[in-house]
Ligand binder design. Structure first.
Ligand SMILES: [Ca+2]
Length: 488
């Protein structure tokens, strides 16, 4: 195990730990020491190297593609029956060859998710996972997993016993945790969660926070949750929470930036006094929300690059998934403009005399996808972890079961590389140790890292892998073809 980076040191902090965990025990929710291995076979799921071979890969992709087409997170404009997601993931292949890197993958299977969603965030060198229905798990650097006591206050039990759950369109899978965000404090973290919450016969998208305390391997989620914000309005429709959005980012100045999906509004414009379908800035202390931009459908990705640009993904209807540059005051068009069309190819013609599929009259995306991969989270790479991908955006997708590496210069997108991983990726993050962590809807955490094979003989003889950062590798043979004049 590597260092946890934030362990409590010294007797004073140990005393704090004891006091806090004692408080948790009194309140009936403590994250104690790691559970014995023999008691919890799933929790000690160590890394599993993929055994899936390339020969089977295209077949599995095709089959999974057919299945996923029915399981898209992107609710259709016309209603179709809800399909239960099979929680068994298709394993990511053991190696992925990309344009600039060969990647190796390790994975950890968690207990089956009850739904679609959840989120991950690095916690020191380890990974905090929140499942779609609000359970917490820590995936340690060696691949062992510990489930923590305590859960996100969603009131899923209340929803399941409500009359809404009897309705044919009831979508329990989409009732979810949308995102988590950790801010380091003395002895632990402040944890922010965007999630659904059922109250008064209605489902809200809520922003809550609590404290996590950490002493080495021991982590506790304190039970004193605080509600910061509820997005208006809540939904009384049995599937009205599908387009949740809910991705968060701190502005470093006591605010959280949050994307809020347009939920049950479908193709109906959202009134300006409602939060849904908008990009908002929420003051953490007061919960006051300010609308920064409008015209958002289901934005599940939000990231800030090193130059301060804000990038957000959004779902188109059929075609027209977007990568947007967020700017205050902008209207991103939904539902009045899109590069997509309605499900079944029905033209979206919501403004008189406007052509469909032009995105006229509104802030256009920096890039758009046709067909829709159903984009989810965004992470920005830095030059330390994948130097040849420096400043690139890495975007996950659900239906597309792929990552998209976006090469950009400033705000200009130059090209997009598709990297197929074979699973619906809900969230992703770069780990401090250089791995990429992916959370799938199939209850799987996958870690991608640069393969040692990237520097071996076979790879070095490939002309499409540019291995300048292989420390021990001799110069590439083709570099010696012809004359090379080096400047002195
Ligand atoms: Ca748009």
């Amino acid at each position: 195990m590597g260092s946890n980076g934030n362990g409590l040191q010294g007797s004073a902090l140990n005393s704090l730990w004891r006091a806090l965990t004692a408080r948790c025990q009194n309140m009936g929710a403590v994250g104690g020491s790691r559970r014995p291995r023999e008691d919890a076979p799933v929790q000690r799921a160590a890394f599993r190297r993929h055994v899936f071979r390339f020969a089977l890969w295209p077949i599995a992709l095709a089959l999974f593609g057919v299945l996923a087409a029915a399981c898209s997170d992107d609710p259709p404009v016309t209603s179709t029956p809800t399909v239960t997601l099979t929680p068994t993931a298709t394993p990511t292949p053991e190696a992925l060859t990309t344009h600039l890197y060969a990647l190796e993958s390790d994975y950890v299977m968690l207990e089956d998710f009850d739904g679609r969603g959840g989120a991950i965030e690095s916690m020191g060198d380890d990974l905090l996972v929140v499942t779609p229905k609000g359970r917490f798990a820590l995936v340690f650097q060696d691949g062992t997993v510990e489930y923590l006591d305590g859960s996100v206050p969603m009131n899923y039990t209340g929803l399941k016993s409500s009359p809404m759950s009897e309705e044919p369109d009831f979508d329990s899978l989409a009732f979810r945790v949308a995102d988590i965000l950790l801010e380091e404090i003395a002895g632990g973290y402040t944890l922010f969660v965007t999630h659904h919450h059922f109250a008064g016969g209605c489902v809200w998208l809520r922003l809550s926070s609590t404290t996590m305390v950490r002493d080495g391997q021991r982590v506790a989620v304190l039970p004193d949750w605080r509600t910061i914000f509820d997005a208006e309005p809540c939904s009384e429709q049995p599937d009205g929470w599908q387009n949740a959005g809910g991705r968060m980012l701190t502005d470093g100045e006591e605010h959280l930036l949050v994307t809020i999906g347009n939920q049950a509004h479908g193709q109906r414009p959202v009134p300006s006094d409602l939060h849904i379908g908008k990009f908002v800035r929420i003051e953490i202390e007061t919960g006051e929300a300010e609308v920064l931009a409008t015209g958002i459908r289901n934005s599940q990705g939000l990231a800030r690059d090193a130059e301060g640009n804000l990038w957000a993904t959004d779902h188109g209807p059929q075609g027209g998934d977007e990568l947007n540059l967020l700017r205050e005051g902008a209207d991103y068009g939904w539902p009045l403009a899109s590069y997509g069309v309605g499900d079944g190819g029905v033209a979206l013609r919501l403004i008189e005399d406007e052509d469909t599929g032009r995105h006229d009259g509104f802030a256009r995306p920096a890039f758009a996808w046709v067909p829709s991969p159903v984009l989810s989270a965004i992470a920005v790479n830095d030059k330390k972890r994948f130097p040849l991908w420096r400043d690139d955006l890495l975007i996950a997708s659900l239906h597309g079961q792929s990552l998209f590496r976006v090469r950009r210069h400033g705000t200009e997108v130059q090209y997009v590389e598709r990297i197929e991983v074979g699973d619906r990726i809900r969230d992703l993050t770069f780990m401090p140790d250089g791995r990429i962590a992916l959370l799938s809807d199939g209850s799987q955490v996958t870690f991608l890292s640069r393969s040692p094979r990237y520097c071996d003989e076979e790879s070095r003889n490939r002309r499409d892998i540019y291995s300048v950062d292989c420390e021990s590798a001799p110069a590439l043979p083709w570099l010696w073809e012809g004359e090379i004049h080096l400047e002195q």
